[in-house]
Design a protein around this ligand. Sequence first.
Ligand SMILES: Nc1ncnc2c1ncn2[C@@H]1O[C@H](COP(=O)(O)OP(=O)(O)OP(=O)(O)O)[C@@H](O)[C@H]1O
Length: 614
Amino acid sequence: MLSRRCVSFSTKISTVLACTQTTPLGDQFPRKQTFQMASNLAQRAEVAGMDPDTAYNDAVAMLHTSLRSGESLLKIRRDAEKVRMMRTFLRRLGLYDDPKGLDIIHISGTKGKGSTCAFCDSILRHHGYKTGMFSSPHMNETRERIRINGKPISKEMFAHYFWEVYTKLKQTKTRDALNMEGGMPAYFNFTVIMAFYVFIEEKVNVGIFEVGIGGEFDGTNFFLRPAVCGVASLGYDHLTILGETLDQIAWHKAGIFKTGCPAVTMEQEDFPPQPKYHVFSRSPTGSIFSRVWSLLSKVLWPYPTLSAWFFRLWGWFSRRHPMQVLLDRAVNKKCPLYLAPSISEDVLQRVKLGISGKKQYNNAALAIQICKIIRNRAESDFSCDVATKRMKVADIPRLDTSLEDLDPATVKGLETCYWPGRTEIIHHEGITYYLDGAHTGESIENCAHWFKEEAGRERSDLERKNGKVIRMLVFNVTKNRNPANLLGHLTSCEFDEATFTPNLMSTVHHANIMDHYDSALNKKELAEVPIENSKIWSAMVDREGSSHVFPCILQALSWVTQGREPLVKVADPTAMLPDIPLYCLEATHIQVLVTGSLLLVGPVLGILKPGFND
Ligand SMILES: Nc1ncnc2c1ncn2[C@@H]1O[C@H](COP(=O)(O)OP(=O)(O)OP(=O)(O)O)[C@@H](O)[C@H]1O
């Protein structure tokens, strides 16, 4: 399979990695040098029968080096051009239209889009479809982004298709280096294109695509006629890109709607505008409000407090309900829009969802209706439901989940659905790990609710048998997120001790450094963020000494589970772990919540459940 144009520079990459391993905090990856090395080697020999690990590592290294460099050029392109550019890349691969026989499900939303995709994937698989799923970001390995029949594609398959797509695009590259349409797609766009290509080549029946950021200008928004679009729950994330009010965010998310293609959404809350309300925020809706807004912001900017209050009030009164924005966009795009309300109590009692958490019932309802559309597609006519100007939000047709929708295959799909690292519980002798990759206000709130419910039940059972249970937190956030906003939701979880660590597996040996190139590079994230988080936490819980900072995940986990966990070993035996309080050692059971970042949860999952990807 690997007889394609393939390169081997793993040995050289390992040499480079070896240099970085000695400086744990603030490692600098020699990006420029590796990029040159990668591009030189890419034009080299054909290597047949390569070892899959080497071939895979080479492909991932290429993604992180030569293809990442395209991103800086991308920034100078106007947003709307990105989608057109994606279509050009596909044409260069010989893909001129949406392929026949591959139904596309395209899902946007702030929270729950990954879970909805996973539910769709599982339900359809249990109905006999061959499924493909593209999601981002990945936790441990890049290949997690492309799944076939619920499993990440193998390293061998990833390497094979990577070099096939890479070579075809390279051969059609034009001389105009600044013209990105003639160049190479950057990291994210490349993985999207590759997923699409893999699904076609592997003759998948349904391709499920999770939007990266927003929707309108996202790299996944190149489909001409998706079989169905879904919008999961809306909330605040990526505000600097999408805007700071929910109607601005909704506008982007609804950008995936296509003329004549059915779209389904769930009930949406209308949160108040974010407290941090920027004077110069730009409304993408292009309304008269936004023009007056922009004029006033120019007049008022010298008076920051006055203008901040003015704009906060303005934002409050001028905002539209996110559901109204979804409807308006459906009208503009002549798209039939449906509402999938959450599952009702009687139906709910029949199913124990594979992904837990109360919000998952909303995601499941959305997935059930999306799959129903796919299954009944041949005999359905959506033209009579195309949204019209006269329609009000209350008129959006409802697709209630009834008992008849829960046929055995759908129930099996919902119950066996596995979405790694999201509200996942792993039991070990004397320890229960609660893992959740939540990293926004809404999802951390959901995580705290889930943890209190699940861990509370377990603690009551254990205490009834005279057990002594303590609770530990292992936490990190990545850059650009507000740690106080996230940690605030966790203060009610009754943690006895809290630990903070960067998303670095080990200070000695950083596995998969290439797969997590960015996080390994950022000095502030590695050294300063955990200290900052620890200070915020101490101030919030007002308990001296119950907050601890570690330089890597292995040290934090070793400290938390001292003497109990054979799987967790400090990679550097010379590392001095601080003393753990006596009452922790005396406890009969520890409950550990790991949350705040997928890049923290991923490595922990990798330790506790090796091979969870296979
Ligand atoms: N409707 C929801 N509201 C709030 N939190 C949710 C909802 N659905 C899922 N979550 C939580 O959000 C986190 C991420 O879930 P999921 O992967 O489904 O979402 P996502 O939209 O793909 O997010 P991201 O891509 O940012 O990780 C999980 O912790 C999950 O429990």
